[in-house]
Design a protein around this ligand. Structure first.
Ligand SMILES: N[C@@H](CCC(=O)N[C@@H](CS)C(=O)NCC(=O)O)C(=O)O
Length: 251
């Protein structure tokens, strides 16, 4: 097993892309276990033993699971210090953690409902009235159960989708302000802050390309292109290092 590291992840999952990007940037080898989220493989008893929230990603290192994408990338940074992706200065570290929190609390919610509105179509049969209760019964948290029921039945409301779109703009405005006069979110050096945010901007590019208007967001566009040019970006976002990758949707 590569480095004793196993990554349980989703092909299209933004949080999984965050972790894959950190691993590829640091050239840390891992064994891939891609889950099919539209077949609800994240709710099997075996997987719930690793991640009680029933979500991806989970990184298992030496048999011990680490969950939550932002926690995982900080863990990777600490466990594999080669090619540092975090600043040494404590104040800059604090700024980096604020970006990680923003990615979890705002950017994630900017794309969640619009993404699942698309992906749930593929879950089709699994979410049909006959199967739905089985699916729901296996979901550990009430919050996720309620979301899946919403996805299966009425879909997200216009208000929920509008809230998501407002968070997309909030995310783009915040990045624009940061990169207007510097290359990366923390300044001169690429860091976990950039890694934590790019999956959500990539998803906004998929869902609402018109939001990324070059005249309104020149800095975001420059920053995004610089990220896309990195070899690790292609490996993480067009992930191919698993035989299942070809059969799973990437959005
Ligand atoms: N805060 C968690 C969120 C994880 C999460 O929501 N993962 C999504 C994919 S991006 C998932 O597993 N969804 C499946 C589901 O909700 O059943 C993290 O950052 O790891």
């Amino acid at each position: 097993m590569a480095n004793g590291l196993v990554l349980y992840h989703g092909m299209a999952s933004t949080c999984s892309k965050k972790v894959r990007l950190a691993l590829y940037e640091k050239a840390v080898k891992f064994e891939s276990r891609l889950l099919d989220l539209q077949k609800f493989e994240q709710h099997t008893p075996e997987y719930l033993a690793l991640n009680p929230n029933g979500v991806v990603p989970t990184l298992v290192h030496g048999g011990r699971p680490v969950i939550e994408s932002s926690v995982i990338i900080e863990y990777i940074e600490a466990a594999f210090p080669q090619t540092p992706l975090a600043p040494a200065d404590p104040f800059a570290q604090a700024q980096m953690r604020l970006w990680l929190k923003f990615s979890d609390n705002v950017a994630y919610n900017a794309v969640y409902a619009p993404t699942w509105t698309i992906l749930s179509k593929r879950a089709g049969d699994q979410l049909s009235e006959g199967n739905l209760q089985n699916v729901l019964d296996r979901i550990p948290s009430k919050e996720r159960r309620d979301r899946w029921e919403t996805v299966a039945r009425e879909g997200f409301s216009e208000k929920e989708l509008d809230d998501a779109y407002a968070k997309m703009i909030q995310s783009l405005d915040k990045i624009e302000a940061a990169v207007a006069h510097m290359p990366w979110l923390l300044g001169e050096d690429y860091s976990l802050a950039d890694i934590a945010m790019i999956p959500f901007i990539d998803r906004i590019r998929n869902l609402r390309p018109e939001y990324l208007d070059i005249a309104r967001y020149p800095g975001v566009n420059r920053w995004e292109q610089a990220l896309r040019a990195r070899p690790a970006f292609d490996k993480a976002f067009n992930f191919r290092d698993d035989p299942r990758a070809a059969e799973l949707p990437n959005i």
